[in-house]
Structures are given as structure tokens and as C-alpha cells.
Design a protein around this ligand. Structure first.
Ligand SMILES: NC(=O)c1ccc[n+]([C@@H]2O[C@H](COP(=O)([O-])OP(=O)(O)OC[C@H]3O[C@@H](n4cnc5c(N)ncnc54)[C@H](O)[C@@H]3O)[C@@H](O)[C@H]2O)c1
Length: 389
């Protein structure tokens, strides 16, 4: 090559580097038949110096294409022993991430944590523990799922919900800020919306939550936004709609058998609960029962993996995750009866405090920005997967 710096050589250098990156960070140039020159990206060269690459003399371009290894990202999943957390942990592990799961096992289960994941039993409100976790593991990103999430319970224990959902989130954000960890996926909920006149509900809707659970999560979203505005944090907030279903063979169960419709309906079909008591039949919906947007837990987990992979375009963004389709309690019971071949006796009871009438996701934004559409979220697939033992 001629003198570096001339316009011609700079163009050549850029082409070589682009080619090297395509080949995994480096390539060999032959002079005649013999390999003579190695071109490495700075990233690849630094990794090689740090001993992370495979320091053997490659015999061919193909072998050099694997040198050095891509840096493995480590994700801290709070609430990783929970129902959704357990699925997120597995998908991230399968996608090549290292995973550290933190959970106080309040509703989570130790057996939801698969081999290969570092499990830490502890509370997200324990700032010293969080400091230890960030100091002990090189965390690149956090998926913060740990929370309390029962609407009815939140009406009875509003301050506990504020404590775990807001204070716990602020502790996680503070520890991330101190440790210089910049990337956050935050689990929020459709409950932040409250009653809305425009359905499906777009992310820009003015949030007026009807229960302490939704209020505590909305406050937590504001705290996340605050850290993105005042610090280096880059956050993606996911507002999940009604999560249900199960990943086959993962051994992760839905833990919400007292409050969430689909687990209760299937318990009734199995005979382990006597009957379904419907929370109100006078909601002003087509059949009088509440309408929700059911989304398969595998689709929720996929959205997390896709957001991590996509990187960041905005410092703070909010996405609904749902299907855009509404399903009433009667619809769920009908499909459950068809899928299970069992009767689901039901009785209409009073409305539950804090409930919303209709919650259906507007899904245009997540489709446009993350190219995300649900793949597993027909009601039949959701119920069939939950029914399978
Ligand atoms: N399940 C749904 O339909 C749904 C809908 C919208 C949003 N979400 C959100 O998804 C997230 C996960 O919910 P899930 O359905 O898996 O519920 P889950 O109860 O199975 O999971 C929550 C996990 O957080 C853990 N946890 C609770 N308090 C903690 C604390 N102080 N410190 C550490 N760990 C703690 C629990 O032990 C549990 O493992 C929550 O943030 C929830 O608000 C869930």
C-alpha cells in the first residue's frame, strides 16, 4: 500500500476495514500465494490484545472469520424467577446472552431458573445488594421485571405497591447510574391507561390509571424517564397487555391462579377450582364482560430479545405489546371449552375494584420501530399451550 492518508489509500483502507468487519473483525491479505498481511478492526485488535480472541495463526480467510469472538453481553433480569421473567431468561440465554437473575421469590419460583443462569436471591429495594451485583458481574443491560402486579391486591395494599414498584425501580435505576450501566428494558403495563375512549389505545394516550398497581407503574415509568433525561440511561418501556400462555418444555408456570383469567378458567376446566366467578357482567361491552388483549408470553420474551438486538434509537421510548384485538371473558371461556373439551361453569359476580372495561393495544409503533408483530398470540395457541402439562 502507498502512503496512508492520500485520498486513494483512505478509500482502500475503508474498503478493507468494511470487508474485515463483514468477516467477523479481520482478514488476511495474500501476497502471491502466501498470507502476508492481517487487517483487523480496532475492536478486534483490542480484544485480541486482551486475550479474548483465538490467538492462532489462521490458515485461511474462513478461519480468520471466527477471530476474535464477539463479546458476550450480560443481562441482569430482575423478577427472573417469575412467570414472564422465567421466559425472558430462557430466551435471552438461548439467544447467546449471559444472564444473571435477581428475585426475592415472593411469587417467583427457584425452579424457573435454568442451568447456566446465575441466580441471586434478593430484593430490588436492597441498594447494597444491587451495588454488589453490578460490581461482581459485568452487566451490560437490565431487564427490570420484578414487581407486584395484582390489581385487586393493590387496592388493599397501595403502599406496598408503591414501595416495590416505584421505590424498587428507583433503586435499580440508581445502582445502574452508579455502575455506568446504560441500557434498560422496563416492564410496564396496560393498567397505566385506565379507561380510554380511543381503542385500540395508542402509547400517546393520556394515562389515567384506575388502580394503585397502574399508578405505581406509571410513577415508575416517570422515574425511568427522569434518569434518561438527567443521566446516560437509554430505556425502552414495554406496556404489556394481558400476558398468558406457556413456552413448551420450559417448566415455567403462570403463577397467577387467583387473579388472572386464563389460569383460573383452566383450573376450573381441570376441576381444581369449582367455578369461574366473572368480575361483573354490566361493563358496557358487547357481551357485558371486560375486554382484554391477550398476548402470548413467548411474544413478550421475543420483544425483549429484539429490543436488545436492535440497539437504541431514542433515549426513552414506550411500546405497547399486544395484538390489537379485543377478547371478552365469554370469548375466553368459549375457546377454553373447545380446546379442553371440558365444561367451565361460571357465575357472574360483582365488579372488581380497580378494573378497567376495555384494554386493547394500539400496535402500530412497535411494528414500525422494532418490526415486531406477535407470532404466537391467537387465543387458541395461548390456551392450548397453557393447557398442555
Ligand atoms: N402477567 C401479566 O399479564 C402482566 C401484564 C402487564 C405487565 N406485567 C409486568 O410483568 C412483570 C412480570 O410479571 P409476571 O406476570 O411475570 O409476575 P410474577 O409475579 O410471576 O413475576 C414478578 C417477579 O418479581 C419478583 N419480585 C417481586 N417483588 C420483588 C422484589 N421486591 N425484589 C425482587 N424480586 C421481586 C417475584 O418474586 C416474581 O418472581 C411485572 O413487572 C408486571 O408488572 C405483567
Amino acid at each position: 500500500m502507498g502512503e496512508i492518508g492520500s485520498a486513494m489509500d483512505e478509500k482502500l483502507l475503508l474498503e478493507l476495514l468494511a470487508e474485515a468487519k463483514l468477516r467477523g473483525g479481520g482478514m488476511i491479505l495474500n501476497v502471491g500465494e502466501a498470507p502476508e498481511v492481517v487487517v483487523l478492526s480496532v475492536e478486534a485488535y483490542s480484544a485480541l490484545l486482551a486475550g479474548k480472541g483465538t490467538a492462532h495463526a489462521p490458515e485461511s480467510l474462513a478461519s480468520l472469520g471466527t477471530v476474535p469472538e464477539q463479546k458476550t453481553q450480560t443481562v441482569l433480569v430482575t423478577g427472573g424467577a417469575g412467570y414472564i421473567g422465567g421466559h425472558v431468561v430462557r430466551l435471552l440465554l438461548d439467544s447467546g446472552y449471559k444472564v444473571v437473575a435477581l428475585d426475592n421469590l415472593y411469587t417467583g419460583r427457584r425452579e424457573h431458573i435454568p442451568d447456566g443462569v446465575t441466580f441471586i436471591e434478593g430484593d430490588v429495594r436492597d441498594i447494597n445488594l444491587l451495588r454488589d451485583v453490578f460490581a461482581g458481574y459485568k452487566i451490560d443491560a437490565v431487564a427490570h421485571l420484578a414487581a407486584l402486579l395484582e390489581v385487586g391486591e393493590s387496592v388493599e395494599k397501595p403502599f406496598e405497591y408503591l414501595d416495590v414498584n416505584l421505590l424498587g425501580t428507583i433503586k435499580v435505576l440508581s445502582a445502574m447510574q452508579e455502575a455506568g450501566v446504560r441500557r434498560l428494558l422496563f416492564s410496564s403495563t396496560a393498567a397505566v391507561y385506565g379507561s380510554q375512549s380511543l381503542v385500540p389505545i395508542p402509547e400517546l394516550a393520556v394515562c389515567e390509571p384506575n388502580n394503585p398497581y397502574g399508578k405505581s407503574k406509571l410513577l415508575a415509568e416517570k422515574a425511568v424517564e427522569y434518569f434518561t433525561q438527567c443521566g446516560e440511561l437509554q430505556a425502552t418501556v414495554f406496556r404489556y397487555f394481558n400476558v398468558a400462555g406457556k413456552g413448551a418444555g420450559l417448566g415455567v408456570a403462570d403463577t397467577h391462579h387467583r387473579s388472572h383469567l386464563i389460569p383460573i378458567v383452566l383450573d376450573v376446566a381441570r376441576g381444581s377450582q369449582e367455578q369461574l366467578v366473572v368480575n361483573g357482567g354490566d361493563w358496557g361491552t358487547p357481551d357485558g364482560t371486560c375486554v382484554r388483549d391477550y398476548v402470548h408470553v413467548l411474544d413478550i420474551a421475543r420483544a425483549h430479545a429484539m429490543a436488545l438486538k436492535a440497539g437504541v434509537t431514542e433515549k426513552f421510548s414506550i411500546y405497547n405489546i399486544g395484538t390489537g384485538k379485543g377478547t371478552s371473558v365469554h370469548d375466553v371461556v368459549q375457546v377454553a371449552t373447545e380446546v379442553t373439551g371440558r365444561m367451565v361453569p361460571m357465575q357472574v359476580g360483582p365488579r372488581r375494584a380497580g378494573d378497567d372495561s376495555i384494554l386493547v393495544a394500539g400496535v402500530d409503533k412497535i411494528k414500525k420501530d422494532l418490526n415486531f408483530v406477535t407470532e404466537h398470540s391467537t387465543l387458541e395457541e395461548i390456551i392450548r399451550s397453557s393447557w398442555a402439562m
